[in-house]
Write a protein that binds this ligand. Sequence first.
Ligand SMILES: [Zn+2]
Length: 357
Amino acid sequence: MIGKFARGYSAIPNPLPDDAFVFLVSPSAEILLSQRDGTLHIPTVVDLNFLLQIQQLPIRPIYLGKIGQQICIADTISAAVKTTILGDASAKWRFEPIRSARSLLDEDVYTCVWLSQHLTAWNESSRFCGYCGAGMAFTTDSSGTWCKKCTSPACLSPFVFPRTNPCIIASIIRLPDAECPHPRILLSRSRARPLFFSVNAGFVEACEPLEGAVTREIQEEVGLQVRNIQYFGSTSWAPSCSLMVAYTTEYAGGELRPDGEEIECAYWLTADEIQADLALTESATPPPPDMVRPAPGGKTRPLIRLPMKWSISRMLVDAFMHPEQHSRMCRGEQAARLLALAPHVGLVAPMAHTATL
Ligand SMILES: [Zn+2]
């Protein structure tokens, strides 16, 4: 633990303080770490002096705030600079994929990594004015960029601030019916992430309410209708500069029909079925990826692998499997229905609504 992160807004100091942390993001969404004394660190300005001296840094630095008393800045690097770093013998350098860095770093440090990914991606895509094509300059507090030259009448404001794209992500829970005496959740596998099963998600369209996006995405992706749409929580998703707004929903009708484009397959699963698969896929010796399970109609289905536990998609699945640990899951009409089933599925009463995501 090196201190709490506090977001801040300021011009980049010139020169940079020697002890400033530098969050360098590579073109392939990796964060640069240095290994010292057997542990991984975010490099400081002193560590990166060899790049500053040959003017390969800074490129377009962004002020993030402070961890304790130390300034944090983010910057992007080119593939050529990455090669220079890997050739440097002054330290043991490591480019770690940002998603997997979560398990290696202090939570406050990882918050900065996540923020760095979002802001550097925005920074790269907003280098030039969309109206006149001139280069954009940072505002004095680095909270955004602006075009000093813009005279276009279409430009209502020359300022551009980091953009967040709203997405929805929603679980679909099917209460006991003639097909199955236990509650089930729909888990889908997308073509984009063929290793994992998850709940349905998608971007919110222009002028569309969040709940409208939930019903539309589910109808489009798996052909189902849902009701009882309940807010679950939200989280940023830096890889796509998104804010993911999560909901639980209840199956209301329709025949399961994956669209074959975004969703290649989807299955209704009970908590016990998921748990049995996780006992294998999250064991110390996971089975081969092509192992299958029996599925209805004499068919087979892939083994269930779930996203990382800190992702909101995983929290939605965990909330279905262990609602006693996720009070946000159990609200309103759906809460009453699930709790009424408690003797059958081992649910317990939800805790007070104080849990945080
Ligand atoms: Zn302009």
